[in-house]
Structures are given as structure tokens and as C-alpha cells.
Design a protein around this ligand. Sequence first.
Ligand SMILES: [Zn+2]
Length: 395
Amino acid sequence: MNDYLYEVARRLVAFDTVSAKTDVAAMEFIAAELPPRGFKTALQPVELLGVSQANLVAWIGPERADGLIISGHVDTVPFEGQPGWERDPLKLEAAGERIYGRGTTDMKGFIAQCLDATRTLDASRLRRPLVFVFTASEEVGCLGAHSVAPALRQILGTTPVPQLAWIGEPTSFEVCHAHKSIVSFVVTVRGIGGHSGAPDKGVNAIAVMGRVIDTIGRLQEERRMHPRPDFAAIFPDAPTDVLNFGTIQGGIASNMIAEECRLRISYRTLPDADPLDLRREIGRRIATLDTRDYAGREHRATIEVGPANVVPPLNSPRGTALEKTLFAVTGATTSGGALYGTDGGWFTGSNIVSLICGPGELSQAHQPNEYVRRDLFERGTAIIHQVVERLCCAG
Ligand SMILES: [Zn+2]
């Protein structure tokens, strides 16, 4: 048993880095481990959703092109109020073949492996730079990566920004080169309130929202009925754009005309499209709706489609040196699409090609009693060593 690996994972899990809380203490802990091993480090402070967060960049090796980025996010999804927990989410616990704790799979286990790998890294053998990019607020829209990706050139100074990034999100060490975009926004219907005994004097926002939901639902059905054959291999479960009605709020009481109704939706589009195309189509269709209430024909509601939060898609080219290396080292033989979004979408915008491959299991991400398999947890350090050896040290 590797005591350091477990100790680092224990420390990382113990930091409550749910996205709504600050990650600074956890990032400072990671940052402090690296300089004694020859790394330069830079914390990038960022204010995200009203909370002080930090991204961390740490790099080592010659100031040459063709290095490697290894990346992961430090924040986690919430656990408070999540039913089913039978353990302390912030306490790393090994039991049988499982290592429990919030973030063990998604994705502090991988970050612990990264730190463990640096312990025995022989910096004198590096021919190209190795760069760690650890991000904040990934779970709430990849916000940390949005800030740090375009700043890498400035942060790294005379070290060229590597063009390949390995993101250790949970895949059980399979390889993924693509994911869909994620777009979320709020649709607000504003009607006219009043007494429910005279519904024709107002406009019920909930009634009009019903038409909005029907319109978006039909669009969803259209996409589902026309799967894209060219994405069948990458996204076998859903080679289409997919939509989700997330939350809805409206009205105050059963005897009052609902004045306002708010619907939050999200969708994921195939990676070859502009993520906002579907939102524009939703806007066009909503603009043609009858915004009058069933109860009266005189007044109309207004419908506002709010600003979109966008996580860009990932569609990395096949056959890169990183792909070949991950195949050789992990034993994976194919690459597919991930069901979730990652920081890689923002790396793409900075001309960095990303692949996803990590020790966690997708089925454990965001779950109560989250765990990582012991064998995959203990195997990761050696995998990182071999990838760094091939991409940063060899020939
Ligand atoms: Zn994740």
C-alpha cells in the first residue's frame, strides 16, 4: 500500500470543495507539495459565482514545445441533502476493494495520483515540459477552465503552452475524445396577476408556460427521431442533441392568477454544431406562440429567453500522440464519447487537444457513497509515470 497516495487523497477529500465553497485551501495544499520537487507554481485567483476560487498551474521541464498538460478539477458536487449517504463524505475510507469519499471518483483520486507521480519524477530526464492545470468550479459550468485556459500563455511565460491535455475525469481508464456541449438558460413568462375568480382580467404565466414546454418538447422529439449516423459510434446511447427540463417555479397560491413562471432547461448538442444554434431555434419557435391565456383573449404574456451558460463541446482529432500513448499504457483500444462535459471544451478554444481518461467510474460520479476502485486508484501513479515518460522524456 502506497501511504503517500492515500494520505494525499485523504487530505484532498477532507477539504470541502463543493463548488459553492472556496477551493483556495485545497489548491494551496496541492501547490505546497510541488516546489520541493522542482515545479514552478502559480495560483490564479478567480471570483466565480460570488466565491473566491483559485486555479493552479504547476510546471517543470525544459522550455520547449510539445509538452503535456495533465488536468483535473478540484471542486465536487454537493452532498448535503443528497439521500443515501451512509458515510462521512469528507472522510476517505478504504473498505475492501473500494475507496470511499466525495470526489474519490470525480476527481480527487486522479489529482492524488498526479501528486504521487511527482514524488519519483526525475526532472533531469524531461525533454519537454510537464504542466499540471488544476481547476475550480468545473461542476458548475467549467468556470475555472474558462479563466485559466486563455491565461496559460501568460502564466507559463517562456515555457510554450503544450498542445495536448490529458484530463483525468472518470472513465475507468478508458479513453474519450469527444463530448457534447452543455447549454443552460432560463425561460421566463410574465403574465398579469389578479384574483382567480376573474381569470380573464389577467394572463396566467403558468398556462402560457405550458405552451412553451410543449414547443420545446416537440423540438426534443424531432431531434430524437433523427439520430445522426455519423455520431452513432461516439454516442451510441443518444447520437442526437438531448434536452432536459430542469426546474420550474411559478405562481403563489391556487386562488391567484400566476403572474410569473420560470423554467430552467439545459441541453447538450452534438460537438460539430454551434452550441447556441438550438437555443436560437427554441427562441424562433417561442416567438410564434400564442401568448394569450386560455381564460381570456384580451391580454398577452411576455416570454423572455435568458442568457445562456455554455460549456463548449469536445471533438478532439483521433490518432494524436497522446491517444497512442494512453492506448499503449492503459491497454484501451478504442476512443468514444463521454456523457458529461469537461474543461476540455475550453482548452479546445486555446488550441489544446484534450483526451479524457481517468481512474474513476462514471457510475460513481455524483453518487452517494462515492468510491473509486482500489485497483484503479493504486494503478494510476504508474500510468501517469509511463505517459510522462513517453511524451515528456523519450526521444
Ligand atoms: Zn468531474
